[in-house]
Design a binder for this molecule. Structure first.
Ligand SMILES: [Zn+2]
Length: 274
């Protein structure tokens, strides 16, 4: 294969590359590349989640944890009801939801791994301030998992890997040599760190939009969402290690978009739980 043909082949877009490995995101209907089976990624995430549970100091009994579980359960239910009412397969049907509160005031962060494994750090609660603020953060993180953003990212990494291997062969195997001498397993490394890497801008925006919808469906006041992001921006001002903002950049643009969507979402996705 000459170089030009190779580039054309690799650059032809996800749905030409492998027809069967494409899907669309729920609600937003964006086309996605899904080469990695969801079950595989969920199982891997669950393993890492267990390791984190052993390593971190967890709060196992507090009103905050109860609130996190309560918000999560409401969202689980309303997401299920929504997809059921719209005759759409529930993207969370293979989820094994779990919630932990990590006792670390220095970290203002929260995440949801593929398959619904959720963690909130106590530092984040200082920014969320109230139930609606916490629901906004959880809705956003859950949206990443519901939209299978990690499956998409891991699939892109897999394509990069294939591309790297092909390039490697073409360039005389220099990368393979590096890997052999340093013992670094690039494939494993990419998949592993993929879970904690920042999502791309399109995925972030999608998580904002879907997060608003899930918060609204489960009965929370989404007018708190832009306020939450304002507080987040303030909390990370002048900080050397901006945990949440480093994986969630461009707060101004985010807030602007959320304000544009907010009232439409309230009207179109009213609470669906009794
Ligand atoms: Zn995000």
């Amino acid at each position: 294969m000459d170089r030009r043909k190779f580039l054309t082949y690799m650059g032809c877009g996800c749905c030409n590359l492998m027809l069967s490995s494409c899907g669309t995101t729920p609600i937003t209907d964006r086309r996605q590349l899904k080469l990695i089976p969801e079950g595989k990624l969920n199982a891997q995430a669950a393993q890492i989640y267990e390791k984190i549970k052993k390593k971190e100091k967890l709060i196992t009994d507090s009103n905050e944890l109860k609130q996190i579980i309560n918000i999560g359960k409401r969202m689980q239910d309303s997401i299920g009801v929504y997809f059921d009412q719209n005759n759409h397969p529930d993207p969370t049907s293979y989820f094994d939801w779990e919630y932990i509160l990590i006792d670390n005031k220095k970290i203002k962060n929260a995440w949801c791994m593929p398959g619904g494994k959720i963690a909130v750090y106590t530092g984040m609660l200082e920014v969320t301030k109230n139930e609606n603020g916490l629901a906004a953060v959880m809705g956003h993180e859950i949206a990443h998992a519901v939209a299978k953003h990690s499956v998409e990212r891991a699939s892109r990494n897999a394509v990069v890997n294939v591309a790297t291997q092909i390039t490697d062969v073409l360039t005389g195997g220099k990368l393979s040599q590096v890997n052999r001498t340093t013992g670094i397993n690039t494939v494993g490394l990419l998949t592993r760190i993929g879970i904690f890497n920042p999502f791309n801008r399109k995925q972030e925006s999608e998580a904002d939009y879907l997060g608003l919808i899930f918060s609204s469906l489960s009965g929370y006041d989404i007018r708190e969402t832009p306020l939450l992001w304002e507080r987040m921006k303030e909390a990370h001002k002048g900080k050397k290690v901006p945990e949440f903002m480093s994986t969630h950049p461009s707060a101004e643009n985010r807030i602007k978009k959320i304000n544009e969507w907010m009232y439409e979402v309230m009207l179109e996705y009213p609470p669906n739980l009794s």
